[in-house]
Design a protein around this ligand. Structure first.
Ligand SMILES: Cc1ncc(COP(=O)(O)O)c(C=O)c1O
Length: 400
């Protein structure tokens, strides 16, 4: 009998973490590798946030806190939702976890019974299907094609809903494509959901602040107030405030669901770090002016990367609305041969070729549920990005 539980056989380790680890190993071994796999901003947490954490340590805020968040942080989150999303949540409707990842996981664990279906537009963030599987549910991917900007179409949503559908997971701006829904596009989706009262919406708004060209972010419960009672609005400080290592994510939703999620957290990790919570209060309540500054920097990088990738033979790259990813098609290199005579048969082969031939680490589209594509994170220095794109071009030109 194996020591490992059978449920483990249903999931795989995170492929994006695998790429980042492999790039780091190659670098440590002396190889010249540019990692474009990481999903985190390349700049530092703002000083006012760091100072708040240090002050919390000195003030003795080093003990257990309430399981799903301190009153001060819950209040800061209520204020954020009201200020930025026009959403009214009471503190009893707020939960705080160790990253958005734990919040999403708690929600699925708290709600899924064996066989319950969760709709996941593909390409998707790698963790959604595996979290659903670990919770006993069935992930149902809905393919979102490049010709629709990788966005879920109302007709496809309508067709995917069954009596067993419990959740639709929406992620705008998206990891891995950067696609974000306009108000009208979101309204078209919420109109479909209005007709199916048994379907709830889990919206992952982690990249809310990273939108470009005057794009206006919106979230389902704001667009369609009728869905407020069956929407979990998930967000966090990781991406907007460059706080990935601090591990604070949060959500607003119906009190009954929030209480159920706290029950799970109370029997697993208890509260997120008390010090990180104090830092998150400052992030949400303090000055916000660096957010548009960072967004401007990201926009410049996006424009450069899209232009340089479209100059690579065999690649085609859409210009996305937000986040810090692009998702170029590599259909034009499939079937070609490397100088060593290996055939590129898949996006997995292509990213392996990029890593081995020119030392650029990207993630294969297969990991995100839509091939043949690959994901590039442009959350890295402009110089490194320029060099990486030049190397990708060289690698594409060398294919026969
Ligand atoms: C779409 C999406 N949701 C959630 C997360 C998790 O973020 P956190 O660091 O808050 O756990 C990530 C992180 O990569 C993400 O890309």
């Amino acid at each position: 009998m194996s020591i490992l539980a059978s449920r483990l056989g249903r999931i795989k380790p995170s492929p994006t973490i695998a790429v980042t680890t492999k790039a780091a190993e190659l670098k440590a071994a002396g190889r010249d590798v540019i990692g474009l796999g990481a999903g985190e901003p390349d700049f530092d947490t703002p000083d006012n946030v760091k100072e708040a954490a240090i002050a919390a340590i000195h003030a003795g805020q080093t003990k257990y806190t309430a399981v799903d968040g301190t009153p001060a942080l819950k209040q800061a989150i209520c204020d954020k939702f009201r200020r930025e999303n026009k959403l009214d949540y009471a503190p009893s409707q707020i939960t705080v976890g160790t990253g958005g990842k734990q919040v999403l996981y708690n929600a699925l664990m708290a709600t899924l019974d064996e066989g319950d279906e969760v709709l996941i537009p593909a390409p998707y963030w790698v963790s959604y299907p595996d979290m659903v599987l670990l919770s006993g549910g069935e992930p149902v991917a809905i393919a979102c094609s490049e010709k629709n900007g990788f966005k879920l179409q109302p007709k496809d949503l309508e067709e995917a809903i069954t009596a067993k559908t419990k959740w639709l997971i929406l992620n705008s701006p998206s990891n891995p494509t950067g696609a974000a829904y306009t108000w009208d596009e979101m309204k078209a989706l919420t109109d479909v959901l209005k007709k199916h009262p048994h379907v709830w919406v889990m919206t992952d708004d982690m990249y809310e602040h990273l939108v470009y060209d005057n794009f206006v972010f919106c979230t389902p419960a704001q667009v369609e107030p009728e869905l407020y009672d069956r929407t979990l609005t998930v967000n966090g400080v990781s991406k907007a405030y460059a706080m990935t290592g601090w591990r604070i994510g949060y959500a607003g939703g119906p009190a009954e669901l929030i209480k159920a999620m706290a029950k799970i957290q109370s029997q697993s990790t208890s509260n997120p770090s008390s010090i990180s919570q104090a830092a998150a209060v400052e992030a949400l309540n303090g000055p916000q002016d660096f957010i548009p500054e960072n967004a401007k920097l990201f926009k410049g990088r996006r424009d450069m990367v899209v232009e340089m990738l479209n100059d690579c033979p065999g690649l085609k790259c859409l210009k996305p609305e937000g986040a810090f990813y692009v998702y170029p098609s590599c259909a034009g290199v499939i079937g070609k041969k490397t100088p060593e005579g290996k055939t590129i048969a898949s996006d997995g082969d292509f990213v392996t070729y990029l890593l081995e031939s020119v030392g650029v680490a990207a993630v294969q589209g297969e990991a995100f549920g839509l091939s043949p594509y690959f994901r590039i994170s442009y959350a890295t220095s402009t110089e490194a990005l320029k060099e990486a794109c030049a190397r990708i071009k060289k690698a594409c030109e060398a294919l026969i």
